[in-house]
Each structure stands twice: as structure tokens, then as C-alpha cells.
Design a binder for this molecule. Structure first.
Ligand SMILES: Nc1ncnc2c1ncn2[C@@H]1O[C@H](COP(=O)(O)OP(=O)(O)OP(=O)(O)O)[C@@H](O)[C@H]1O
Ligand SMILES: O=c1ccn([C@@H]2O[C@H](COP(=O)(O)O)[C@@H](O)[C@H]2O)c(=O)[nH]1
Ligand SMILES: [Mg+2]
Length: 253
């Protein structure tokens, strides 16, 4: 069985010195500005300012499994910044950027946008944030995405949540979502499920093998599911919840 709940002692972030960090220090560049498409292929790792070691969590699961819903709750309770790869891509469409039309077609078809586009958007969002803990929702979608992220960023996620939901329930949720999403229709959902099984499950399996995966049963009410998520983040409390603890201490005085 390849599902394995990781030991809590592994929730420690790591950083690597990198060529790009040195370049950025020298030229005042943000990492996402520092590579062109060509550079992207050979970029070395390195995400943040020297000494900045953000906690990153990938949040995975099929379409409609409840990733976004649970991320909202995690943000409220544990002060993470929620970066939904899908939302970042949809913003490109609504802002009419150079990749907007390509992204729109890819999402309509339920396929995966090229890694260089998505990784760049994620890096830009991380680097624009003051926070040091991030939920990266709906990414990586494929092994190719994963390898591209790790090559550019230079670190792996600290841990990975996987919302495990039966297909029938996912289809029901997506078709009832009512948020006007172009991909919330039965044909696109079928393709998204196919892509999830073919390309995303191998990523989930990879992190399971590394002992980084937390598999969460995604059936139940939103609150019941959040109860299952809580223990994963409770282990991070001393490191990641200083603000919350400080606020509590002030209020208790
Ligand atoms: N536990 C739940 N029970 C029933 N409905 C839920 C539950 N959690 C979320 N939903 C609803 O299901 C729909 C999909 O949820 P959500 O958008 O969080 O999924 P997602 O995994 O982010 O999907 P996608 O990958 O398509 O973005 C939403 O309308 C949400 O309100
Ligand atoms: O890393 C990513 C994330 C998303 N996409 C595309 O966007 C849609 C919608 O994503 P959600 O996470 O469900 O909001 C997805 O089906 C892909 O087409 C992507 O290509 N890469
Ligand atoms: Mg979502």
C-alpha cells in the first residue's frame, strides 16, 4: 500500500543556497523576473531571500474534492497564504495577458497549462507576499509540473495534503458549484478526472513514497473534514502560529 501517513518530525522546512539567489541579490531581481523561458529550462533552485525559509504545503485532490474550501479554513485558523494555481491562471485570463487566450483554451479542455507559465505565477505570488507559509492549491498537476517547480524553487514542499474523494461525489459538487466557471460542465469534468488519474495521482504517489503525504477522507461536512485536517497543522503550531499565539496572549492579559 503506497498511502503512508508521514511522521510529524518531517514537518521541517529546508532551504538551499542558489545561483539565482545570488543573481537576485546582485541585480535586485525577483526570482520570477530572473528567468526567461530559456533560462527556465536550466534554472537552479532558490526561492527566497537568504535566511527566509517558507513553509510550503501542496494541496492536492481531484476536481471538486474540496481543496479550496478547506484551504479557506486553514488560512483562517493557521495564517497561511492561499495560492490557488487555478485562480492565478484565471486571473491571467481576466487580465488579458499574453498567455490569457492559451490558458482559457487549456482550462476549457480540462488540460494542463505549461509548467513554465504556472511556476512563474506561483513564484511571483510567493515573492510578493510578506508571509512565510503558503498553501499551494491544485499544483503540481503532473510529474512534469513537480520537477519544474523543484528545479526552479530548489526545495520540496514540507508536506502534501491529498483530499481523497469518490468520483461520483466530485462530479456532483462541481456541477452544483454555480460560480460560473467555464470548466464546470460534464464534458470538461470527465476530462479533468481523466487527467487527474493519469497525471496527478503519480505526483501523489511520489510524495507518499517520500513520507510527506497526508491523505484526508474528503467525504462528510466541511467541518468534519476540517477536523481531520487540524492535526496535520497542529504539529506546526510552534513554528507557524506565532501571530495567533501572540494575539491570544494579548487578549488573555
Ligand atoms: N464537504 C463538502 N460537502 C459538500 N460540498 C462541498 C464540501 N466541500 C466543498 N463543497 C462544495 O463543493 C464545491 C467544490 O469545492 P471546492 O471548490 O472547494 O473544490 P476544489 O477541490 O477546490 O475544486 P477545483 O479543483 O475544481 O477547484 C463547492 O461548491 C463547495 O462549496
Ligand atoms: O497547476 C495548475 C492548476 C490549474 N490548471 C488548470 O486550471 C484548471 C482549474 O484548476 P483548479 O485547481 O480546479 O481551479 C485545471 O483543470 C487546469 O486546466 C493547470 O493547468 N495547472
Ligand atoms: Mg479549487
Amino acid at each position: 500500500m503506497w498511502w503512508r501517513v508521514t511522521s510529524l518530525s518531517q514537518l521541517v522546512s529546508s532551504s538551499k543556497p542558489s545561483l539565482l539567489n545570488q543573481m537576485r541579490a546582485a541585480y535586485g531581481l525577483k526570482l520570477w523576473q530572473a528567468f526567461s523561458t530559456e533560462d527556465f529550462k536550466r534554472a537552479e533552485g532558490g526561492l527566497c531571500h537568504p535566511g527566509r525559509t517558507p513553509v510550503t504545503t501542496f494541496v492536492l485532490g481531484g476536481p471538486g474534492s474540496g481543496k479550496g474550501t478547506q484551504c479557506t479554513k486553514i488560512v483562517e485558523t493557521f495564517g497561511f497564504t492561499h495560492l490557488s494555481a487555478g485562480d492565478l491562471l484565471r486571473k491571467e485570463i481576466s487580465s488579458n495577458t499574453e498567455n490569457g487566450a492559451m490558458i482559457l483554451n487549456t482550462i476549457k479542455e480540462g488540460k494542463i497549462v505549461p509548467s513554465e507559465v504556472t511556476v512563474k505565477l506561483i513564484l511571483k505570488a510567493i515573492e510578493s507576499s510578506e508571509n512565510d507559509r503558503f498553501l499551494i492549491d491544485g499544483f503540481p498537476r503532473s510529474e512534469e509540473n513537480r520537477v519544474a517547480y523543484e528545479r526552479v524553487v530548489g526545495t520540496e514542499p514540507d508536506f502534501v495534503l491529498f483530499f481523497d474523494c469518490p468520483e461520483e461525489e466530485m462530479v456532483k459538487r462541481v456541477l452544483n458549484r454555480n460560480q460560473g466557471r467555464i470548466d464546470d460542465n460534464i464534458d470538461t469534468v470527465k476530462e479533468r478526472l481523466r487527467v487527474f488519474t493519469a497525471l496527478n495521482l503519480p505526483v501523489i504517489k511520489y510524495y507518499s513514497g517520500k513520507g510527506k503525504l497526508y491523505k484526508i477522507d474528503a467525504i462528510g461536512t466541511e467541518d468534519e473534514i476540517f477536523e481531520r485536517v487540524l492535526p496535520v497543522f497542529a504539529a506546526l503550531r510552534p513554528k507557524t502560529c506565532n501571530n495567533i499565539l501572540q494575539k491570544q496572549a494579548i487578549n488573555e492579559k
